[in-house]
Design a protein around this ligand. Structure first.
Ligand code: GDP
Length: 298
């Protein structure tokens, strides 16, 4: 099937050009491998991962003739191999409520992702409660209410500036009383004051554990794919202040080069539960390693 005009060419598409499928076989030599490494690095894969992927690709292929489609398939295969182990939907626990703590820097897409997830769970027949735990950002609370309305899910709020842990405790009580399947707790994303944020998250966890020792069952870190290599340092920082159990990568519909997902998978091995592919409520997709690899390679 022909590609739509607007589709941006992937890595190899850019390296070898659009007429690629008919190009003659070329010897995979050092020069070609170096160009490939540069492309991988430019795709936000980071140096370490780019070199590892190229080295794996070169194995058994160096000095041999290879056609463009063969090279594309090989590269997509290498990428998919790294991504397959991390492609996992959000695990569902037989706990009521299953508590999902959502963390990430402001602007990463936390609010939007919570709305989209709530809508998906609702559609799957689950009852959901949302707690607007970023009590210092009035706009975030308002935005979460809008998403709650869209998804048909109640959003618990507290007065501006009040203690998020106290809201989390009340939300646990409400979710239990309602017999809700899931409680999603939004949190603040002010990394400027890391010590405060760490304390705030720890306190939220402490109070919800008063009601359920096994909670939170998931700690989702939401990352904006357009921030490139910054996403890596965000994983490092948030893993220090919370027990991050999985990732959601947002804004993969935009200008994100996508390679950062490969770097994340290679470096941390954290599950990627879903990807954000737009601003609408249905724009949250499961992460498919093969589709992703094909799209990245182009
Ligand atoms: P928060 O500050 O982390 O809660 O971030 P928001 O959920 O408010 O999202 C910040 C901006 O990113 C908003 O304009 C969202 O519409 C946008 N956004 C979130 N997820 C996606 C996505 O997957 N794709 C696109 N294109 N935009 C997104």
């Amino acid at each position: 099937t022909p590609e739509p005009e607007a589709k941006k060419p992937g890595l190899l598409g850019r390296l070898i050009g659009r007429g690629a499928p008919d190009a003659p076989r070329r010897v995979l030599d050092d020069e070609m491998l170096e160009s490939l490494e540069e492309l991988l690095i430019a795709s936000d894969m980071g140096v370490d991962t780019a070199l590892r992927v190229s080295a794996n690709l070169a194995e058994g292929r160096m000095g041999r003739k290879i056609s463009v489609p063969e090279l594309k398939a090989a590269l997509a295969g290498e990428v998919a191999r790294i991504m397959e182990p991390v492609a996992k939907p959000l695990p569902i626990y037989p706990k009521k409520p299953q508590v999902v703590l959502v963390v990430g820097v402001n602007g990463s897409g936390k609010t939007t992702t919570i709305g989209k997830l709530a809508s998906q769970f609702k559609a799957a027949g689950k009852s959901v409660v949302i707690a607007a735990g970023d009590t210092f950002r009035a706009a975030a609370v308002e935005q979460l209410k809008v998403w709650g309305d869209r998804a048909g899910v109640p959003v618990l709020t507290a007065p501006e500036g009040s203690d998020p842990a106290s809201l989390a405790f009340d939300a646990m009580a409400k979710a239990e009383a309602d017999g809700a399947d899931l409680l999603m707790i939004d949190t603040a994303g002010r990394l400027q004051n890391r010590a405060d944020l760490m304390e705030e998250l720890a306190k939220i966890v402490r109070v919800i554990r008063k009601r359920d020792e096994s909670a939170p069952h998931n700690t989702l870190l939401v990352l904006d794919a357009t921030t490139g290599q910054n996403a890596l340092s965000q994983v490092e920082i948030f893993s220090k202040i919370a027990d991050v159990s999985g990732l959601v990568m947002t804004k993969l519909d935009g200008t994100a080069k996508g390679g950062v997902l490969v770097a994340l998978a290679d470096k941390f091995g954290l599950p990627i539960h879903a990807i954000g592919v737009g601003e609408q409520i249905d724009d949250l997709a499961p992460f498919d390693p093969e589709d992703f690899a094909r799209a990245l390679v182009g």
